[in-house]
Design a protein around this ligand. Structure first.
Ligand SMILES: Cc1cc2nc3c(=O)[nH]c(=O)nc-3n(C[C@H](O)[C@H](O)[C@H](O)COP(=O)(O)OP(=O)(O)OC[C@H]3O[C@@H](n4cnc5c(N)ncnc54)[C@H](O)[C@@H]3O)c2cc1C
Length: 581
């Protein structure tokens, strides 16, 4: 008996005929030296995502036109898809296997698409059903604090967030400019969290009006106050009139306050804050020059941001270090030294070394210092261990002080939105364990291995430790014969002239059609999508479909272990192991 098959994703392949017959009397499985088995593995994108998004999962939903399903899946892990779809530095894309084939999947743009879709339909997250359990205080309403509050509220805790500023959101509100992250997107995601029952009390600085005594009715406290102090330059004149901190300037602009600047602005620094300041200054109609002490290769700013800044007219002078700022009337003269690169320092970048006698002057109306951010430690409860400017915690965010946890920028130098969101999520689990007398390390292990209660929102927790199956699929494990080269879809950006006229968002999201096209490019590494190559190619007809098309089993009575299913699986879902003898 033969049957003809045409299979998905292989338009270039001819129709083929395969045998479906069994010879029941001759159980050829006994000849097998190696055993194929189905094994969903971890995709490299999910392994690289500090938030722990099920990236292949939500992209598959997009291909099925189930945008709401995609949204639900993302929101299991992340309350900020609209934010992440816009400003996450998308480490997932740099690990995408498709990068080695043609171009990586535009994961960030797909996440943004899903979040925009949900907001257009006014989709809300469901409230937890149960009565509120213990009271938890979260200090700081940045992505770390809000992510922790979100997951705790979903676990039915009674959460109050205390925020010193007048508005919630942390650096998403006061640091990142609106042309990258419109504030209505942030407002919407924060209000979705509040609708779960999280109370957000603004204008309450911990360490001033509020202290530990005032929080004694709370059974656990999560401190996520970020890094809000602009680093000093420590040069003469570095605090003079007309010299500003980059963070202060961005905060003023973001909160719609008045900003008075001259025409020519020098920005000192090389990170994302320097780029955001420079691009904001350009939008205020000024000329911006960044002075950076190392070379382009060492610049910590995100590459895409740098490209956009240069397009918008920002100038960058490399290997230049100001050593003095002199003021004459309203003009500032920055005495600078030219630098060259020496040995690598502890950050792994080559150290800038001054070239003796290379002094020169750079004139500007204002100087803005954007040389990095530091953590404010003075208001923190006594007894917290600190080292090199951050608070030390255990892996789960436990500070060692009873019931006090910490996370986000306060405890780490990774300093990204995604790391902050991931850290808040992990602390939510740790607090849940702490309040239920469970060991959080053990709970984490059980969740990750599927032994414990299934709390799907914690399926993917943290790089290296989150993996249900620690096997991360590599490019070599895929059979790319079944994929066709295709161009990555790109979000459209406003023309430069229009961009620099104001602070409106410059990037437009995908349409449904484009999102589905881009999602179709995903290799779905390690996840079976039911292409049926295994079923079609098995020469022994030993692949059994169980109910749904996505579920298969190997009939070991007849499988001879030829390995054809393994090599024809496009997605690396089938593994082979040596047969026990
Ligand atoms: C200019 C700039 C641009 C950036 N751009 C990006 C980007 O594009 N992508 C990216 O991934 N990362 C970016 N980052 C980094 C990212 O914003 C941070 O890593 C992230 O916001 C850290 O989150 P957090 O919750 O730990 O702290 P924060 O976001 O800093 O939030 C801390 C909150 O605590 C509050 N707080 C502080 N002290 C107290 C107190 N005593 N009592 C009560 N509340 C208090 C603060 O007001 C703030 O709301 C950027 C950072 C800056 C400065």
């Amino acid at each position: 008996m033969t049957k003809q098959f045409v299979f998905k994703g292989a338009s270039q392949m001819p129709m083929i005929s395969v045998s479906l017959g069994h010879m029941d009397w001759n159980k050829t499985g006994a000849w097998r030296a190696q055993r194929p088995f189905y094994e969903d593995k971890t995709s490299p994108c999910s392994a690289a995502c500090p938030v722990g998004n099920d990236i292949v999962g939500f992209i598959q939903k997009i291909t099925e036109e189930d945008f709401e399903g995609a949204w639900n899946l993302i929101r299991e892990e992340n309350p900020f898809p609209g934010v992440c779809g816009r400003v996450c530095f998308h480490p997932c894309e740099s690990k995408c296997n498709r990068r080695e084939y043609d171009e990586p999947i535009a994961i960030h743009a797909l996440e943004r698409f899903v979040s925009d879709f949900a907001s257009n339909l006014n989709k809300k997250i469901r409230k937890g059903p149960g009565a509120r359990k213990n009271k938890i205080a979260v200090i700081g309403s940045g992505p770390a604090g809000m992510s922790c509050a979100y997951h705790l509220a979903k676990l039915d805790y009674d959460v109050t967030v205390f925020e010193s500023s007048s508005l919630a959101g942390g650096m998403l509100r006061t640091g990142i400019p609106s042309y990258r992250l419109p504030k209505d997107v942030l407002d919407r995601e924060i209000s979705n969290i509040a609708e779960l029952g999280v109370e957000i009390r603004t204008g309450i600085p911990f360490g001033e009006g509020l202290n530990l005594d005032g929080l004694k009715n709370y059974q656990a406290i999560f401190i996520a106050t970020g890094a809000h102090r602009g680093r000093d330059l420590h040069v003469p004149g570095g605090k003079g009139r007309g010299v500003f901190s980059g963070l202060d300037l961005l905060k003023k602009i973001n909160l719609g306050r008045k900003v008075t600047l001259g025409d020519k602005i020098a920005i000192v620094g090389g990170g994302n804050t320097a780029i955001d300041v420079a691009r904001s200054v350009v939008r205020l109609g000024k000329k911006a020059t960044i002075l950076y002490r190392r070379s382009k290769e060492e610049m910590p700013a995100f590459g895409e941001e740098m490209v956009e800044a240069l397009e918008e007219g920002v100038k960058i002078r490399y290997l230049v270090n100001p050593i003095r700022i002199q003021q004459k009337d309203s003009l500032h003269r920055l005495e600078c030294l030219r630098m060259e690169l020496g040995e690598k320092d502890e950050s792994g970048r080559r150290k800038p070394v001054p070239i003796p006698g290379s002094n020169f002057f750079f004139e500007a109306d204002n100087v803005i210092i954007a040389a990095g951010e530091e953590v404010e430690l003075f208001f923190l409860p006594k007894g917290l261990e600190k080292r090199e400017g951050i608070v030390l915690t255990q892996r789960d965010g436990n500070t060692g002080a009873r019931g006090i946890f910490a996370g986000g920028d306060l405890t780490s130098n990774q300093r990204t939105v995604a790391h902050a969101i991931g850290s808040g999520k992990k602390v939510a689990l740790a607090i849940d364990c702490y309040l239920n007398g469970k060991d959080s390390e053990e709970a984490l292990r059980q969740i990750l291995t599927g032994e414990g209660p299934s709390i799907s929102m914690f399926r993917y927790l943290h790089p290296q430790e989150r993996l249900m199956n620690p096997h991360v699929v590599t490019f070599d494990e895929l059979n790319t014969d079944y994929f066709e080269p295709s161009r990555r879809q790109r979000e459209t950006k406003d023309l430069i002239k229009k961009r620099i006229k104001g602070f409106r968002e410059i990037t437009s999201g995908f349409t449904e059609g484009i999102a589905m096209e881009e999602a179709e490019r995903c290799f779905s590494c390690g996840t079976c999508v039911g292409c049926e190559n295994c079923y079609v190619f098995c020469p022994d007809a030993s692949i059994i479909k169980i109910g749904e098309v996505l579920s298969h089993q190997v009939d070991y009575d007849f499988c001879k272990g030829c390995g054809i299913c393994f090599s024809e699986c496009p997605r690396g879902v089938i593994s082979l192991k040596e047969e026990a003898r």
